[in-house]
Ligand binder design. Structure first.
Ligand SMILES: [Zn+2]
Length: 508
């Protein structure tokens, strides 16, 4: 069914709570493995169905459709979800503590249990209020960002209040710092602070000097137009590419087109320049959101999001549990970023004879992002660890870190004094510690890029295996299954970033 015809019905949160409480009692009283398993799966079905309904309103909200009404629904979700999540986590803890836990693990794999153990870090009532505050502030931030003339004072105020709320949340949940809680919430079991600081240092030593040289030569991004003028033509180009690439991508794109699971038009109340991919549980189909203006590099953004959608859809068809339909961004972004490189043989469809410009801008942007995201990651660590920063101190901090990773960007004293130099990066405000995972994924995507050159068939098979596995295994296990290197391993960054920089120099 077409997305526009899906009916939104608000979940009855009280009835849902009652059903979850009843299922929790059934789990407590379960005398057999089957009884526990059935109740546990029923909890998941309840949550999945509620999320499906919520997602319809959320997509409409992001697209600016029925804006007042869909925003009201999202605000209501923000208020109701923490209590529902807490009940879900309580059921997870019951499953973990149950005498039948090992049989559940045998049937559904270790990963869901490892994740439940991470999630069960004391989501008790005192932290619920803080989580609700955090969700409310994020909605407020999105509202402010939507406006074309943004109120800088208010944006910064929301950011500072979010930092404070998250620090309180960490304290309420018994963590010494929000960095520790943030890592826990991001399900980082295969790597920690040490690996990340080593990773940032390698990028600083290898990528930053290469970029600095290019900047000195005055090389920057150029703007050029795409071949598709309108979003309908862009969809047609994506369809041609995906149909040719493989049987799996072909089947996927036909479903997406059939059900019109995308919205790439600009619209009043739609956030400008937003590109994202949502997933509709139950339907097991993604929804791609974009804001297409006909720019050459916007076509890469579209293919990126359709790449996410392909991976979600593929995992949803393979994996039994909803939790396994996606992994962390460090893996999910490998899916989407690699798809941007599978795009290269089809560039004529997207940018006509501007192939060289596309490759140049694409690789340059990827390299610049590697450096920028390291700066953001270091900033995020500092901002949660240094208490009570003023606006000027936040700006000074960002200027210092920027100089390390992007010495070509001059942040002047006046900019710091006027409080303008803080990173306007949505992820910093909405999803702390998320941003660096794009960098981690970039290494995997570039490794696939190298493998496409030597053995495209094997590269595709491993890529498909990675998509099929979804989030069913840990980060390290997923990489190993796709024959990808450990991004934190000795020499990996250098071995993979070097050829990408060379490929860029070849098209300058
Ligand atoms: Zn992405």
């Amino acid at each position: 069914m077409k997305f526009s015809l899906l009916e939104y019905e608000r979940p009855d949160y009280e009835a849902l709570t009652n059903r979850l409480v009843a299922l929790k009692k059934r789990m407590e009283a379960a005398a057999s493995y089957e009884a526990l398993r059935d109740a546990w799966l029923a909890v998941k079905r309840e949550i999945e169905y509620a999320e499906y309904r919520e997602e319809i309103a959320y997509i409409r909200h992001l697209c600016g459709i029925d804006y007042e009404a869909s925003t009201r629904e999202v605000e209501l979700q923000n208020a109701e979800d923490p209590a529902i999540d807490a009940l879900r986590d309580a059921c997870s803890r019951l499953a973990l503590a149950s005498p039948f836990a090992s049989r559940l693990e045998e049937e559904f794999g270790k990963q869901v249990f490892a994740r439940m153990a991470e999630g069960a870090v004391g989501g008790e009532s005192e932290s619920l209020k803080l989580q609700t505050t955090e969700a409310r502030l994020k909605t407020e931030y999105r509202r402010l960002m939507k406006s074309r003339d943004r109120d800088e004072e208010m944006l910064f105020d929301v950011f500072l209040r979010l930092i404070g709320t998250r620090r309180d949340l960490a304290a309420a949940r018994g963590f010494a710092s929000y960095v520790d809680l943030g890592y826990r919430l991001r399900d980082r079991r295969d790597y920690g602070r040490e690996e990340l600081s080593g990773f940032r240092e390698r990028i600083r030593k290898t990528v930053v000097p290469a970029l600095w040289e290019l900047k000195k030569r005055g090389i920057g991004l150029k703007e050029f137009p795409a071949k598709p003028r309108k979003s309908g033509e862009l969809i047609a180009a994506v369809r041609t590419m995906f149909s040719d690439l493989s049987g799996e991508t072909g089947a996927y794109i036909e479903e997406m087109v059939r059900d019109e699971m995308f919205d790439l038009e600009s619209r009043e109340n739609k956030r400008p320049d937003l590109w994202t991919c949502c997933m509709l549980p139950c339907l097991r189909l993604p929804f791609v959101i974009g804001d297409y203006h006909g720019g050459g590099m916007e076509t890469a953004a579209a293919v990126h999001e359709f790449g996410h959608g392909f991976a979600f859809r593929t995992a949803a068809q393979t994996q039994p549990l909803y939790e396994y339909h996606r992994s962390s961004p460090a893996v999910n972004e490998i899916h989407s970023k690699t798809m941007e490189h599978f795009m290269y043989p089809y560039l004529e469809l997207f940018v006509d004879d501007r192939r060289r410009d596309f490759i140049r801008d694409h690789l340059l942007q990827e390299l610049e992002n590697l450096a920028y995201r390291c700066a953001v990651d270091e900033f995020e660590h500092s901002v949660y660890e240094l208490p009570g920063l003023t606006r000027t101190q936040v700006c000074e901090l960002w200027a210092d870190i920027s100089r390390k990773y992007r010495p070509w960007i001059g942040i002047g004293a006046e900019e710091i004094r006027s409080g303008k130099s803080w990173p306007r990066q949505t992820h910093v405000v909405e999803a702390p510690f998320y941003y660096i995972e794009y960098d981690i994924a970039q290494i995997g995507a570039w490794e696939f890029r190298l493998r496409m050159e030597t053995d495209p068939r094997e590269a595709w098979e491993d890529y498909l295996a990675l998509c099929r596995a979804g989030g069913s295994r840990s980060f390290g296990e997923l990489l190993a299954a796709a024959q990808l290197s450990d991004p934190f391993g000795e020499g990996t960054v250098e071995r993979i970033c070097g050829p990408a920089a060379e490929a860029l120099c070849a098209v300058l």
